[in-house]
Design a protein around this ligand. Structure first.
Ligand code: S3P
Length: 178
């Protein structure tokens, strides 16, 4: 089957947005970051959305946004870390979708996201490392449902992107790759 869309999943700080943007450029596809799409729809940051409307409303927006994006072709989607964590989510992807789990250790995830404010209220707590560890433990089983799995800890964005492209070369891709 021809792959015509890719969805990157995994924990906060896994590099979904950075790698996704690079992959899309290489493939000549559109790139969309789900958090950014939700922020622009509601005109508020993820943290503000959590505070003003609650996590439930954010999750509903996430679901709706993903549904819209998964109807497109030649698109790379960077999902938010909680989107793929719902049981059964990755089993229900439309045909032609490759889901890629970018793995990261909690320590490395925190190092990567430490300097960015406004997007990750779930880590804005007294002990973010414990929060990251327990969230990741809860979610791993769902992330494991992805079609592909690429470890990112200790690897550059270029390495991770190349690795994904290598794996995908075994499949038929609808692309204008350089
Ligand atoms: C979340 C991850 C964030 C963002 C929100 C909730 C999560 O996205 O959607 O803070 O539940 O893991 P990133 O994975 O892009 O950081």
């Amino acid at each position: 089957m021809t792959i015509s869309r890719m969805v990157l999943v995994g924990f906060m700080g896994a590099g979904k947005s950075t790698v996704g943007r690079r992959l899309a450029r290489k493939l000549g596809w559109r790139f969309v970051d789900m958090d950014a799409a939700i922020e622009s729809k509601l005109g508020a940051s993820v943290t503000d959305i959590f505070e003003r409307y609650g996590e439930g409303r954010f999750r509903a927006m996430e679901e709706k946004t993903a549904e819209e994006l998964l109807g497109e072709e030649r698109i790379v989607i960077a999902s938010g870390g909680g989107w793929a964590a719902r049981p059964g989510r990755l089993a229900g992807m439309p045909d032609g979708t490759a889901s890629v789990w970018l793995e990261v250790h909690p320590e490395e995830a925190l190092r990567r996201v430490g300097h960015e404010a406004g997007r990750r209220p779930l880590l804005d707590v007294g002990d973010p490392l414990s929060a990251a560890r327990s969230l990741l433990e809860e979610r791993v089983e769902q992330y494991e449902e992805a079609d592909l799995r690429v470890d990112t800890t200790g690897h550059s964005v270029d390495d991770v992107t190349e690795r994904i492209l290598e794996i995908l070369e075994e499949h038929e891709l609808d692309h204008d790759a350089e």
